[in-house]
Design a protein around this ligand. Sequence first.
Ligand code: BEZ
Length: 253
Amino acid sequence: MNIEWDAKKYTDDFSFVPQYGAGVIDLIDLTKARTCLDLGCGNGALTAEMQRRGLRVTGLDASPELLQIARAQHPDIPFMEADAASFALREPVDAVFSNAVFHWIDRERQMAMLSCVKKALRPGGQFVFEFGGKGNTARIHSALAAAFSARGHAYRMPFYFPSIGEYASLVEKAGFTVRAAWLFDRPTELKGEDGMADWIRLFVRTPFAAVPAAAEKEAIIREAVDLLRPQLYRDGRWYADYVRLRMKAVNEA
Ligand code: BEZ
């Protein structure tokens, strides 16, 4: 993963992340699944929702801070700390679910992650997921790139946002059969007048390693926000230009 989380800020101000993910759970055929792994479970909100729907769930995440919140809020759910691209389960599960996680994993590590998922699923098991797809937050990143460049810094895109074609072919190469795929816009409202600046501060970390002075970092964020205002601020609200890639695949026996 490319981030150290501000787990409290994420839970308090970005609760839409798990809210939107609930639709992905609908892709699981519950008549054929009893056990499920939530890969990149974060604070466990969706793990708990799957438990409410009758699944025996396990949450996995690399962030000890988020797992601390998950364990405190859901003491009856088992959570494990592990890297999504190098984990192993003791027993295979009937379904692997993931929401808003895979874009944090570099392109070079995606196949390692998919191989772990394949080993974690029983034959016939279901793999359902959603994350940022091609074009996700493109306006935000191009405003940041312009603000970095205006101050003589290079902006390196820190996320992986593939097309349906690119990702379906990786999933197939890992040994799955892709049953359905969608790429769709989901403009996502951000909380408060400072919502866009807060989103950048929370989620865009690694590019700012090249900008050590806090005052310059804030100046870049302000400049990017000014560039984005005519595009993503409407009727007193900020919207992030999210594009979601959603898929269902099966581990054919
Ligand atoms: C997303 O959910 O699309 C996302 C969240 C944080 C950073 C980048 C993308």
